[in-house]
Ligand binder design. Sequence first.
Ligand code: DAH
Length: 344
Amino acid sequence: MSALREAFCADLERAASTRDLQDLRDRYLGRKRGRLVALLKTLAGAPPERRRALGQAANALKQEIEGELTARREAAEKRRGPAGAVDATLPGRAPALGHRHPLSLVREEMESIFSAIGFEILEGPEAEDDYHNFEALNMPAAHPARDMQDTLYLDGSIPAPGGGRPATLLRTHTSGMQIRYMETHEPPIRIIAPGLVYRRDTPDLTHSPMFQQVEGLLVGETVTMGDLKGTLEHFLRALFDDDTRVEFRPSFFPYTEPSTEVFITCVFCHGDGCAVCKQTGWIEILGAGMVHPAVFEAVGYDAERFSGWAFGIGIDRVALLKYRVDDIRRFYGNDLHLLEQFPS
Ligand code: DAH
């Protein structure tokens, strides 16, 4: 009996919560499997002359246990205060923190690379007009890039042939920010403009009707293609890794001349050839070029005096490559399995 008492005292010592106290009550006083009940049962086999004394001792122990448990419970309740009050003695619970979105991480990385070399970061409207998205970028009315199949028009404002109300649309690229900035500023200019863009694409592994770009623009009096190449090489090595090789291939954009498509060595096979780079060892990463004189004209700059370069890069595409995500749609699906892998 005294062994039972000692066991109880030791257990009581360890009980930390009301839950523990309830467990103790079940373990010692429980009607079916309680240790005290088991003890009482063994008393039936004791010699009759001792049975009475043993029974009394067992009852006293039972009362003692009950008393201790009740006292402890009441003390805990007192500490907790009235129902619903905060128990200041409980250990704190760490608040659940959200995680950075991979697209935000890539965007911030791009921003910090460019702001370290003196570029200003700005944002502009996603609902854009035809003039800034197309016209001033040397894409006149019949230009194929304005095709309704690619562009999401707002308010049924699909442009009627022969003019009428100017069309409002969801910008199809961030390049309109070049126009918006030059309209209100004089060179020298060094800006990047990150933000969402929209296209009428059917979603698949590499297409989303909404995605993000960063536009870059630098304008001055003696700006050359060499500046463009040097800056983009620096940018892409900082963004991917130091041994990334960068290749400039001739291309066409209406708002740049010459234009280039920029490739980097495949981030998966480092140039050896794999399924992602279709065995070429290279991955196309951005479009760029020297600002077209027609663009300078549209914003009232003297194209003889000023020169500049521009580029546009897809944030989603970079995030897919950097984090080896296999489907662009995951970035927009609020998929916690993906998001929880990124830092808070
Ligand atoms: N606007 C192009 C696109 O959406 C990207 C681009 C290409 C931007 C060349 C530029 C440029 O500024 O010079 O694909």
